[in-house]
Design a protein around this ligand. Structure first.
Ligand code: URA
Length: 201
C-alpha cells in the first residue's frame, strides 16, 4: 500500500529538486561554504532533455546565484542558441561544485568529492538524455578518467541512460579563440543530433 505521507513517494520532480536545492543552500560539507555569497545550485527546467555541467561558480555567479551569467555564460548562451536552437530556460545548467572557489582557483579533489552527491542527485532526478560536460573538471568527474578534454572531445560516451558529449569550457574558448569555438560548435551539433526528436534533422 502506498503511504501517502511518505514525501519521497508523493513529491513531484520540481518539489524533489527544490528540496535538494534547499539542502544544498545550507551545506557546510567543505570549506568553500565559508567564502560563498550563496550556493549556486543550478538553473533550468526539471524535465530538460539536455543538461550542461560546468566547473564551479565564478564571482558573478556567486553574486547572482545562477550558473554561467558572466562572460563564459554569454558564450554558452550564444552557442546553445546558434547550434542547438534553445535558450537556457529549455535545458538545465549545473556545476561540479556549487560554491565559488576563492580567487577562481580550481576546485580541489576533496571539495569535488564533498559536492558530488548534489550533482549525482540532480542527474538522477533530471534524467537527461544528453549531458554536455564543459571542460576538464566535469568531463573527468563523470567519465572517471584522468584524460584531458582535448583527447576526450569529439566522441559520445554512455553515462547511465544518458549520452555524454564532452566539450571545452567556454572560458577556454574565450582564451584560445576561433578554432576552439569551432570545435565547441561541432560538439553542440553532435549533442543536438542525440536529443529526442532530432531524427531526420
Ligand atoms: N564557469 C563555470 O564552470 N561555471 C559557472 O557557473 C560559471 C563559470
Amino acid at each position: 500500500m502506498v503511504d501517502h505521507y511518505d514525501r519521497s513517494v508523493v513529491a513531484s520532480l520540481p518539489e524533489q529538486l527544490a528540496e535538494l536545492e534547499a539542502a544544498a543552500s545550507v551545506c557546510v560539507r567543505c570549506p568553500l561554504s565559508e567564502g560563498r555569497t550563496q550556493v549556486v545550485f543550478g538553473v533550468g527546467r526539471p524535465d530538460a532533455d539536455l543538461l550542461f555541467v560546468g566547473e564551479g561558480p565564478g564571482r558573478e555567479e556567486d553574486l547572482a546565484g545562477e550558473p554561467f551569467v558572466g562572460r563564459s555564460g554569454k558564450l554558452l548562451d550564444r552557442l546553445m542558441a546558434e547550434e542547438i536552437g534553445i535558450d537556457r530556460s529549455q535545458c538545465y545548467i549545473a556545476n561540479v561544485v556549487k560554491c565559488r572557489p576563492p580567487d577562481n582557483r580550481d576546485p580541489r579533489p576533496e571539495e569535488i568529492a564533498s559536492c558530488r552527491p548534489y550533482l549525482d542527485r540532480q542527474i538522477a532526478l533530471l534524467q537527461p538524455s544528453v549531458i554536455i560536460t564543459l571542460g576538464n573538471f566535469a568531463t573527468r568527474l563523470l567519465l572517471e578518467t584522468g584524460d584531458g578534454i582535448k583527447k576526450l572531445r569529439g566522441h559520445v560516451y554512455p553515462y547511465g541512460s544518458a549520452q555524454l558529449v564532452p566539450t571545452y569550457h567556454p572560458a577556454a574558448a574565450l582564451r584560445s579563440g576561433a578554432p576552439v569555438v569551432a570545435e565547441m560548435r561541432a560538439d553542440f551539433v553532435r549533442a543536438k543530433r542525440l536529443l529526442p526528436g532530432a531524427v531526420g534533422r
